[in-house]
Design a protein around this ligand. Structure first.
Ligand code: TXA
Ligand code: MG
Length: 311
């Protein structure tokens, strides 16, 4: 165990805040059993107190101790996808207090696979409450640098584990109501969940305030962003009076002040997405134009994040 991981676990035990890498995005961690530590976490993020947070564990066994009436489907999904980019919402046990569940009867649990997250969670032993390590509503961080830029002071330690491999937040499946319902699409697709469960998975349509990822404008850059179909991109650039930044699959014909070319493969696109949006956001343009990604199912999670980024 590295001295840095040991120090990180000590900070968590003392009620401090540790940012750490996961395979999806960086998390801002606090001891999930400490009301004071979680209050500090919410204050640092500027997050409303009634929003539930995901609790992270080193193993399924530790995670399931925070749930109750655990359905067979949860065990199947955990066996298939943990450790990995999946969050399960289960009925909570007495361990999950109101201050981590937003007062709901359910709790969000995840076992991340990133080796640094695993080491930290094993060394700490308990559950670590960790929303994405960004200010409320902003883009999730995928590097340690993003975290430090966003929180120059409030965090006690930032563990650096390189660029997050997945790049967008975990798939969230709600099993608290019996039938599995997809709350947030992610790199683990609906088809993969259905394949593992050998049954259909519902999709949550209406936005609920309890699920902050469901807020209309969330995961968003500060610069106004707009989704534009490929065929309309050049006309939209030409129409704009102020400087524009463009995120596209190929170089626009119209002259633009700043553009980033994105991969045509969905996993590579997701991995790069938030870093690219942060870069375009800091270019100081009047707008960010984003070329609409394909309709295919493998782009579901990306289309979800882009529609929120463009609110
Ligand atoms: O990939 C991820 O999930 C990252 C990494 C750090 O693990 N975490 C993350 O956390 O995205 P956060 O807090 O930014 O988003 C968690 C989402 C929120 O939309 C929250 O409302 C929802 O999970 N959530 C947590 N517990 C819930 C519950 N009991 N019922 C419904 N939604 C819940
Ligand atoms: Mg978040």
């Amino acid at each position: 165990m590295s001295p840095e991981i040991r120090r990180a676990a000590e900070i968590l035990r003392a009620g401090g805040l540790v940012a750490f890498p996961t395979e999806t995005v960086y998390g801002l961690g606090a001891d999930a059993s400490s009301a004071a530590a979680v209050a500090r976490l919410y204050a640092a993020k500027g997050r409303p107190g009634n929003h539930p947070v995901i609790i992270h564990f080193s193993s399924s066994e530790n995670a399931f101790a925070w749930g109750t009436e655990i359905p067979q489907a949860a065990r199947k999904l955990a066996a298939c996808f943990w450790p990995g980019p999946l969050t399960l919402i289960l009925r909570r046990s007495a361990k999950a207090k109101d201050f981590v569940t937003g007062g709901q009867d359910s709790v969000g649990l995840r076992v991340p696979s990133h080796p640094v997250a695993q080491q930290l969670l094993r060394e700490f032993g308990g559950g670590v409450a960790a929303p994405s390590a960004n200010l409320f509503g902003n883009l999730s961080p995928t590097t340690a640098r993003h975290v430090r830029d966003e929180f120059p002071r409030q965090i006690d330690l930032v563990l650096d584990g390189g660029s997050s491999e997945v790049g967008i937040e975990s798939t969230i499946v709600d099993l608290a109501g019996g039938e599995p319902v997809l709350l947030r699409p992610g790199s683990i697709s609906k088809a993969q969940l259905e394949e593992a469960l050998k049954s259909k998975v519902g999709v949550k349509k209406s936005s609920s305030p309890r699920h902050s990822g469901a807020l209309e404008r969330h995961y968003a850059p500060k610069t106004p962003a707009l989704l534009v179909p490929a065929y309309a991109l050049d006309a939209e650039i030409a129409r704009r009076k102020s400087a524009v930044a463009v995120l596209a699959f190929s170089r626009p014909d119209e002259r633009v002040d700043y553009w980033i070319r994105m991969p045509r493969e969905s996993r590579a696109y997701a991995q790069r997405l938030y870093a690219a949006l942060r870069e375009l956001d800091s270019a100081g343009c009047g707008a960010i134009l984003i070329e609409m990604p394909p309709e295919a199912a493998e782009w579901d999670a990306i289309r979800d994040r882009l529609s929120r980024a463009t609110g």
